[in-house]
Design a protein around this ligand. Structure first.
Ligand SMILES: Cc1cc2nc3c(=O)[nH]c(=O)nc-3n(C[C@H](O)[C@H](O)[C@H](O)COP(=O)(O)OP(=O)(O)OC[C@H]3O[C@@H](n4cnc5c(N)ncnc54)[C@H](O)[C@@H]3O)c2cc1C
Length: 373
């Protein structure tokens, strides 16, 4: 039986990107997914994702997102698909809130272009937005929208073109280290590889019974509304994130195909990834409507539809990207906590840096397993 150079378990945002980046460097790759991505059971669906550079969560993410911007553009060139639309972005909240302070810190630390707008300036420039008088915004010009299903599809197509073998509808139940390689038990038999990337995100814990991995999986609904008024100016909006009260976030996109997508961002309700309640309730729609009524009245039209997505949350909201404590050729990746998509190509590339070359240029300290104790 042949031994692959690398096996990738899970071909969502992270695994599809890793499959491509390993394959383009000449590695013999096999990728597995329990379903056929892009699909709607994990964390990488829902038509749009935010990308932003003035990263409020921590300035250490900025070099990583900058690599991601370059790689998304490169993938657009290879695939001929539009994957990224720069709209500019607004981080709106109290001047001393996590969002505004954090975005300002990242912009200052890395010399990124930005402006601070007061509530009057926000309303004047973006008349669909209705911030309270006590709110300000950080405007950053490079933020924008990614199209997640297209991104996953493009990475998988380019991975195949570079020679990767993709085993779809093929689950991996367990792995073991055997004589310098790993054996993976799949629903279609055993495969072997010298290196492994575990990128199963919401399902990661099941593949790592012996590692302390404090991930909690949360149900996160997304909502689409028809414009109530001013459809044309809603279509011209930048992406917008709001922190109306300390540590409570919601966000929205420009209207696309006549619908505006909004959602809350937070830890969410814990769920079992195999038994997710996919039905969005009236009270959930009503709750997000109160945000529209207060801050985005133009978008408070007819409710169109909703979808449910999964966050795999760490306690501190930072990613897990680390080698297995006992197997250095096995990389564990959960770049989620609800903000990982934008980084996917950079994380795919750094997985290849780490497992093929032994090192990467990025500071992975915030993503180490050891921080969980
Ligand atoms: C509502 C919502 C909004 C978000 N908004 C943003 C945003 O605006 N910007 C941003 O950057 N990020 C955002 N994120 C986060 C981002 O989408 C995720 O971090 C990212 O998609 C995670 O990708 P992944 O590859 O780790 O997981 P997934 O895409 O879920 O991939 C995991 C894959 O593993 C497969 N799998 C699982 N178990 C097995 C197994 N045993 N064997 C084989 N395959 C297996 C699954 O089928 C799945 O395809 C959002 C997420 C959600 C849910």
């Amino acid at each position: 039986m042949s031994v692959y150079d690398v096996a990738i378990v899970g071909l969502g945002a992270m695994g599809s990107a890793a499959a491509y980046h390993f394959a383009r460097r000449g590695a013999r790759v096999i990728g597995f997914d329990r379903w056929t991505p892009p699909h709607t059971r994990g964390s990488s669906h829902g038509e749009s994702r935010i990308i932003r550079e003035a990263y409020f969560e921590d300035p250490r993410y900025v070099p990583l997102v900058q690599r991601a911007y370059r790689l998304w553009r490169e993938l657009e060139g290879l695939s001929g698909e539009r994957l990224l639309r720069e709209t500019g972005g607004l981080m709106i909240g109290l001047p001393d809130g996590v969002l505004v302070r954090g975005a300002t810190l990242s912009a200052e630390t890395h010399g990124l272009p930005y402006e601070t707008l007061d509530a009057r300036q926000i309303r004047a420039r973006f008349p669909s937005l209705a911030p309270r008088d006590d709110m300000v915004a950080v405007w950053e010009p490079r933020a924008g929208v990614l199209f997640p299903e297209r991104g996953v599809h493009a990475h998988l197509e380019q991975a195949k073109a570079a020679g990767a073998v993709l085993a779809l509808d093929t689950g991996v139940s367990r792995w073991s280290a055997q004589g310098g390689a790993f054996a993976l038990d799949t629903t279609r038999g055993v495969e072997r590889a010298r290196r492994v990337v575990l990128a199963a995100n919401a399902w990661l814990e099941g593949l790592l019974p012996d590692v302390r991995l404090p991930l909690t999986v949360a149900r996160q609904p997304l909502f689409w509304f028809e414009p109530k008024t001013h459809a044309a100016r809603l279509a011209r909006l930048p992406i917008h994130l709001w922190e109306p009260e300390p540590d409570r976030f919601f966000y929205g996109f420009p209207a696309m195909e006549g619908r505006i997508k909004v959602a809350t961002h937070g830890r969410g309700a814990t769920t079992d990834p195999d038994h997710v309640d996919r039905e969005v309730k009236d009270d959930e729609v009503a709750a997000i409507r109160t945000r529209l009524a207060a801050f985005l009245p133009d978008a408070n039209g007819r409710f169109d539809r909703a979808a449910v997505c999964l966050y795999a949350n760490t306690p501190d909201g930072h990613f897990v990207i680390d080698r297995h404590p006992e197997h250095e050729d096995l990389l564990i990746v959960s770049a989620c906590s609800g903000h990982g998509f934008k980084f996917a190509p950079a994380i795919g590339a750094l997985a290849a840096d780490l497992l093929l070359e032994g090192e990467t240029d990025f500071d992975l300290q915030p993503f180490r397993l050891a921080r969980f104790g």
